[in-house]
Each structure stands twice: as C-alpha cells, then as structure tokens.
Design a protein around this ligand. Structure first.
Ligand SMILES: [Zn+2]
Length: 587
C-alpha cells in the first residue's frame, strides 16, 4: 500500500462548469482515486474553487456585486455539481479561506527568503486625468499575440495568454477611454530561470508521462523568463512582506495562489481531521505519490511553475513547513468539443453540468467521458453519439445482462441458486472475468482509462455471450443445470460490477443491492457546511468517508441470498432527445 495524492485542477468560480470542464479534470481524477482506494492505497484527493483574479473582479463589477458575493454564489453551484457527479474529494474547498491565505503567504515568504523572488521595476498604467493607478482590469487593448481587440491588462481571453498591461497595442482605460500613461512601478517576480537545471533533471526521471506532456514541458523550460507574481489589483491574497502587506492596490497574482491550493487544501483537510500534521504523509514521505489532473491549457502551471515553487521553498534554507515533494506525474487531458465546436458560454455552445444532471444520469455522462472523452486526443461530444453509447453499450450491453440474469434467478429460484458441477465453459468464463481484475486494474493505474473501460466492457461482452450460448431459459426441465448457469452468470455480474465501479459508482451501488448486497459498495461524497478555521465564515465543502466500500477483488456470491425482480439500472434514451438538445443549443 502506498499513499497517493490526487491533486485535481481548481475550477474557476466565475460561473457554472460545463461538461467539457469536468471531462478534463473531474471525472478522470475520480475514476483514478476510486480505483486506487479499492486497490488498497491511502488516497488524499483535494481541490476547490479558484476565486481570485481580474476576471472575477470584472464580472462582479458588471453585476454590481462584490467579488466575495460572486464567488460565494459559484462556489456553491460548483460544489453541488461535483457532488451530483459523485466525485469523491476528501476535501473540495476554496481559495478564499484564512487557511489558504496563510499557506500562500508562507510560501511567498519562504521563496523570498531563499532568494527566488525578485523585485523589479516595471511599467504600470496610470490615469493621466486623475493621476491614479489603473488596476489591470480597467485596461483594455489589442492582444499583441492574436490581435483580439478586447484583451485585458493581465490576460487575453481569446488566446489565453498572460499579458502585462504595457504589452497591449492601443491600450485604453475602460473607465473613460483615455490612453493610460505608463509609469515605473514595483512588482515581484518568480525567478524561474534559476530552476531550469533542476526541472530538466527532474523531467529526465519521468518516463511514464504522456509523451505530449513531457515534450511540451521541456520546450517551456528552454525558454524560461522571470514571471510576475503580483498585480495591480485589489482582489486577492495580500503580499506578506513588510511595507507591502497593508497596501490595498497590490495583490499576489491568481495563478501563483491557485496552484498552492493543492498544499493548502491538504493542510486544511488535516486540520479538520483532528490530526493537523497528517498532510505531511502525502507531501514529505518520499514513498508517497502525487498525481495532478488537468486540461492541457494548464500544463505549464503544473510541470514548470508549481515544481519551481516547491523547489524554491524547499531550499537552500529550510522553511517552516519543511521540504515538499514534486509531482509524480502531471496527467493532462486534451479538449472536448461539442457538436464540432469549442465550448462557449457566450455563443451558447454549452451544456452545464447542472442542466445535464437534471435530464440524464451522472453515470451516463461518466461513461461517455471514460469511453469517448479527451484522454489523449481532442474528442467531440455529440448528442447522437451520447445517446448511441448509452443505449447500445450501457443499456443493451451491461444493463440488459444485469437485468436478465437477476430477473431469471429471482423468478425461478427467488434467491441466488447454488452451483452444481461446473462445465469447461463455466470455468472458462469465470476465469476470464477474474482476469479482468489484473487487466483493467493495470490500465487504470497507468491512467489509460479509455482502454480500461473498453477492456471491462469486453469482459461484459463475454458474459453476455455465455448467457446466450447457455440459454438458461431453455433449461426449465433441468433445474439443476439452470441454477448452475444462473449462479455462474450472477458471479460474473458481481465481478463485472466491481470492475465498473470506478466508472459507474451510482449504478454499481444499485447493482450491489439488486444482488442482495447491503451496506456501502461505492462510497459517495457529501456536502458539509463548515466554519472557516481561521475567520469564522461558513462555506460548503465536499468530503466523505471513503474507507468503506468494496475492494478491487473477486468476492464469491452466497447461494441462498434473496433476490427480487429488478428494475432497470440504466435509462434508454429516446431518439427525440437529440433534436431537443440541438434545438436548445441554437436557441
Ligand atoms: Zn490573444
């Protein structure tokens, strides 16, 4: 057994999340964590909402609310959506907690003391008419990289590149349209080039990574520049240094504070568990492993910037929290598109998680993401393909096997029948299903979830074939053989259900109960209202007890267990849903 940190990308709290977001970070990290726990590992899965930065401030201004009100709203929406998907976070928190502020400031101070944060004079924007500093969000101009004409002072929303206000072409103030003047101002920079050698040496040891992630990361290291980690902004974590901590016009930049969330959430989890030092078991034990899940637009933060922060805090001078471990693997997914287009809330090419879960089951989406999601290529979500996979694979393949084996046993025996002597076919099938624990498990451990679920569904296909070949419905005259065939089939169903549990936890719990099982088979997260450990505000977190639940192993079924006629576990989707959903997209 080993300790496994599952570090999941932090969804940005400026709106509800759509299914493209959760296909990149949410579902794959949960499938992995569920499997690792079932296989006996001690998993700590953490994340939260990312709540600082200019886009939050801009949107709050537009709505006439405070940034705090805006993030309170979307933190709750996102927590509820992730709960609906059954994502088993040990702690899903947020970046506006007192705990997070303390940890971010500790890391900033530690990096500063170790000489990796340098003050630099840069050009900041000022309003010529008032003489006041213009925060980044009030400056707009043309992006020097892609030519988009409404890029903001810190970021271009069109190409996603980070910018500095003085890089904008034709900069203008959003307040009164005047051209800002640029005057010298001081900001803090993270000395990324100082880590280039260590980062390259570390990447040399990372053979198991997806090749595109490794190659992309190496290219970034070839071209490292010091990076600004403070901004002209009022919404964010204050700079902890003397002379700066009371300034209300300068804040730590959002990308610097958000990646530290993995550590601060682990510390918050430990503090809430009553064992405040317990986080160290995942962050300082060299045997512990850390897997980071995200979409490909976030690779730079996880394979370059976050490791640099960890290296710079860990030495040369020891800091209060001690040396911190680098990621074992950065598991990046590609993009999901929808009906051939990029997801876009403004262009209404979108389906939010919440709307999806109102109309369809969470496991239907989890299945689609696992089998057809953007694991290593960009993939496309279409409603017709979603319906086809749901109906042909989940309903007709797996659901039908569950339904017909249990209903036939319930009708003819009222319980799980005992097996008589097994034929070669019976033995072959049982062995093939049990081999699935190795084959599916190995793929899951290597982040090859698409291959893993395909393998599990291949095993389901073997069981379906066995059932058709043995045709227990024709054995009314030979009840003993009928009982044996149904016993073998139900044993295979139970084992297949275990193989599919990381992917389809809601259905797996129901099938466990249909087979006469009691108790928790697949644990689920809960939403808990908690008080901030440092400042008394309350907020919802996702957490749960995941030590219960079925293990990743064959368990013999018990003859004599009562069975009742089942109701279908998966819903068949009518052809009309495709047109309805496409009409919603266009409205
Ligand atoms: Zn751009």
């Amino acid at each position: 057994m080993s300790r496994v940190l599952t570090a999941v990308a932090w969804p940005y709290a400026n709106g509800p999340r759509h299914i493209g977001h959760v296909s990149g970070f949410g579902v794959p990290s949960d499938v992995f964590s569920r499997y690792m726990r079932m296989a006996g590992h001690d998993v700590l899965m953490v994340s939260g909402t990312d709540e600082h930065g200019t886009p939050i401030q801009v949107q709050a201004d537009a709505e006439g609310v405070s940034p705090r009100e805006l993030v309170d709203r979307y933190n709750r929406v996102i927590v509820e959506d992730l709960h609906g998907l059954g994502l088993t976070y040990d702690l899903f928190t947020r970046t506006t907690t007192g705990n997070h502020y303390n940890v971010v400031q500790e890391l900033f101070q530690g990096l500063y003391d170790n000489g990796y944060i340098i003050a630099k004079t840069t050009l900041g924007a000022r309003s010529p008419s008032t003489g006041r500093t213009l925060p980044d969000r009030y400056i707009e101009g043309t992006c020097p990289i892609c030519g988009y004409d409404s890029a903001r002072g810190d970021q271009c929303d069109n190409c996603g590149n980070q910018l500095d206000p003085d890089q904008l072409i034709n900069p203008r103030s959003k307040i009164n349209g005047e051209t800002p003047e640029f005057v010298e101002t001081e900001h803090f920079f993270l000395d990324l080039p100082a880590f280039a050698e260590q980062l390259n040496a570390w990447l040399d040891t990372r053979d198991g990574w997806r090749p595109n992630v490794l190659k992309f990361s190496r290219n970034l290291i070839d071209d490292l520049q010091p990076r600004a980690i403070t901004r002209d902004l009022e919404w964010g974590v204050p700079i902890p240094l003397e002379g700066w901590k009371n300034r209300d016009d300068k804040r730590i930049y959002v990308w610097f504070d958000a990646v530290i969330g993995y550590l601060s959430a682990s510390i918050e989890w430990a503090r809430r568990s009553g064992e405040p030092e317990a986080w160290r078991k995942w962050w300082q034990d060299p045997e512990a492993e850390g897997y980071y899940f995200m979409g490909k637009d976030n690779i730079v933060f996880h394979s370059v910037i976050w490791p640099s922060i960890l290296l710079g805090y860990s030495g040369p001078k020891p800091q209060a929290l001690g040396a911190l471990s680098l990621p074992t693997e950065v598991v990046s997914s590609e993009y999901l598109t929808m009906e051939g287009k990029k997801f876009s809330s403004s262009r209404r090419v979108v389906i939010y998680v919440r709307d999806f879960l109102e109309r369809y089951d969470a496991d239907a989406l989890r299945y689609f993401i696992a089998v057809a999601g953007p694991e290593s290529n960009d993939t496309d979500f279409t409603w017709s393909e979603f319906r086809r996979r749901n109906n042909d694979e989940l309903v007709a393949g797996w659901g039908n096997l569950v339904n017909r084996s249990i209903s036939m046993a319930a009708k003819n025996f009222g319980e799980i029948p005992a097996a008589g002597e097994l034929t070669a076919e019976d033995e072959t099938l049982l062995a093939a299903v049990r081999a699935g624990f190795d084959s599916v498990g190995q793929l899951l451990g290597k982040h090859r979830q698409k291959a893993a679920i395909t393998e599990a569904m291949r095993v389901v296909g073997e069981v379906n074939k066995y059932f058709s070949d043995q045709a227990p419905w024709k054995l009314k005259e030979d009840k003993a053989r009928m009982g044996t065939v149904l016993h073998v089939a139900l044993q295979a169903v139970q084992d297949c259900n275990t193989l599919l549990t990381p992917f389809l936890p809601h259905a797996a719990q129901r099938i466990h109960e249909l087979l006469g099982g009691t108790g928790v088979h697949a644990p689920m997260p809960e939403i808990r209202e908690v008080e901030d450990l440092d400042n008394g505000v309350t907020y919802p977190v996702l957490t749960g007890d995941y030590t219960v639940g079925t293990k990743w192993e064959h368990v013999a079924i018990a003859p004599g267990t009562k069975l009742e006629a089942p109701t279908p576990v998966f819903k068949k989707l009518d052809e009309s849903i495709v047109e309805e959903e496409l009409a919603r997209l266009q409205s």
